[in-house]
Ligand binder design. Structure first.
Ligand SMILES: NC(=O)c1ccc[n+]([C@@H]2O[C@H](COP(=O)([O-])OP(=O)(O)OC[C@H]3O[C@@H](n4cnc5c(N)ncnc54)[C@H](OP(=O)(O)O)[C@@H]3O)[C@@H](O)[C@H]2O)c1
Length: 301
């Protein structure tokens, strides 16, 4: 099958189209004919040579951790889906004609494959952060970095939990955050003052998605390091704040939750831009720019 892969780590130029062996569904897995694959910052971090504290990536490597498509193989022990079903889910080699999913949900009928492909990593990570923070009715959550994939998911999943949400984004994304149901403000100098002006009674939970060096400010705003979680700033632990990587457990039930909320019109994952599979390098370059609204996706015919 055709796949994008890299045989050495480096710039986006190391990505190239290759013929690689097809994967097959093992126990508890399904295989899909991939229609779309989501692009995440971790993809270019790994491609660039970062091991993110884990073991080095085996080379050659097919990037991508999420995809949507049509099931064509169902592994032993799998119930509830069959060949022909449209699903989206988590994988380890998404940028390819076929991918094996370890966790998945049925794609809502009205949702495009591109939108569905952008959901798994964002929804899982957001749900993990919200669960660690025990966000619920009566809480006011600040999401720092609310306009990207994880932020968009966090805003909507927190609203679904009954919380009020304040999100930070650049000036260009203020209306976008408001359209998701968040109260929006800009990041940068004076953040705490702007948040206090927006919510005079204050915020009592904060999820740091951007990892932009604001942990002390978030602790001051919420009143306690216990009320802050970061997914993007490893120095958070030095302030007594939890930094979650997923090593402590993943929240893949978020995929089904996102699908069900989307069917009810309460969850969406806007796709900022798509590219054909063989232009994955362009998607990585865009993602590395750090200003994605929603998700970036590569699509297959
Ligand atoms: N620890 C984990 O388990 C885990 C899981 C998933 C992702 N991550 C990490 O979390 C980060 C975010 O992931 P993502 O998928 O949401 O990325 P993304 O889709 O690329 O989103 C980037 C967003 O960050 C915003 N941003 C840029 N500079 C900012 C700043 N100084 N303050 C606040 N927001 C800012 C941008 O908004 P504007 O365009 O409006 O500036 C953009 O929407 C990445 O570093 C990723 O590797 C960690």
């Amino acid at each position: 099958m055709k796949a994008m892969q890299f045989a050495r780590t480096g710039t986006p130029d190391v990505l190239h189209l290759a013929d690689v062996p097809e994967p097959h569904a093992g126990r508890g897995q399904v295989r899909i004919a991939v229609r779309a694959a989501g692009v995440n910052p971790v993809d270019w971090k790994i491609r660039g040579g970062s091991t993110l504290g884990a073991v080095p990536v085996p080379l050659p490597s097919v990037p991508g951790l999420e995809a949507a498509g049509i099931i064509d193989e169902v592994g032993p022990g799998v119930e509830g889906v069959r060949p022909g079903d449209a699903v989206f889910g988590a994988t380890e080699r998404a940028a390819a004609e076929f991918a094996v999913l370890t966790h998945w949900a049925v794609k809502p009928e009205g949702m495009s494959f591109a939108e569905a492909a952008g959901i798994p990593m964002a929804a899982e990570t957001a749900q993990r952060g919200l669960s660690l923070l025990q966000v619920g009715t009566g809480d006011t959550l600040l999401v720092n970095g609310a306009a990207g994939g994880v932020g968009v998911a966090a805003v909507q999943l927190a609203l679904a939990r009954g919380a009020e949400v304040v999100g930070t984004a650049s000036a260009a994304n203020q209306e976008f955050l408001a359209s998701l149901g968040a109260r929006a403000t800009t990041y940068g100098t004076g953040l705490a003052d702007r948040v206090r002006a927006l919510v005079p009674r204050g915020v009592n939970r904060a999820l740091d998605v951007a990892g932009s060096g604001v942990i002390p400010e978030l602790v001051r705003l919420t009143g306690s390091p216990d009320r802050v979680v970061s997914i993007g700033d490893a120095t958070a632990t030095g302030h007594g704040v939890r930094f979650t990587t997923g090593a402590e457990g993943r929240f893949f039930s978020a995929l089904g939750l996102a699908a069900s909320l989307a069917s009810g019109g309460r969850f969406t994952m806007p796709v900022a831009q798509t590219w054909p599979l063989d232009q994955l390098a362009e998607a990585h370059r865009f993602s590395e720019g750090g200003h994605v609204r929603g998700k970036l996706v590569v699509v297959l015919d």
